[in-house]
Unconditional design. Sequence first.
Length: 224
Amino acid sequence: MRMSRHPVVIAPSLLAADFGRLAEEVKAVEQAGADWLHLDVMDGHFVPNISFGPVVIEAVRKVTRMPFDAQLMIEHPEQYTDAFVKAGVNHLTVHVEAEGLRDPNVLRKYLRDLRKRGVMPGLSVKPATPVEALRPFVDDIDQLLVMTVEPGFGGQAFLPAMVEKIRECRQWFTGIISVDGGITPQTAKLAGQAGATMLVAGTSIFRQPDYRAAIAALRAAAAS
């Protein structure tokens, strides 16, 4: 039995796309039925990888109308917010563990400022961080992201223990609960039944021969 009846949002992760054909890839997933485009921003410090920044996002913004859902896996998101907003980000998620936002008062003000700028604020936790760390900020976010793999690299296997974290969040959060990492039709069903309403999927979309079929399969599984 599903714990939520919210529509399921499918957000392909740009990190898994063919960067040699980036514009074509983005247009292809949009035409295939994707709802949002997920942007994994990594700085090589908060996570052991470097991805892309505002320049790439600004370029991609020119070829699609899909909402941009950015996850800033960086130590000091507060230093780069202006650049990401100007690049065209619509939804911006930061990590509760980020060095620059560890002070609860600073983090709360940051999230509220995003709302004032018309950007949907979100908050995420790594797998080892209890979701209780998010509860003090529940009134200041529209989206909650449960990482179902260790952040930093695509193609990892879904961590089954994270299903309970999703279920726990749904008990006290009524907004969008997103899951990111190891999403396949099988794990999408588990996440959806636990209360997730948004799926971030990289290889299970961009590495499949038929994007439309891949997106439809994830949506159907999450809603089942």
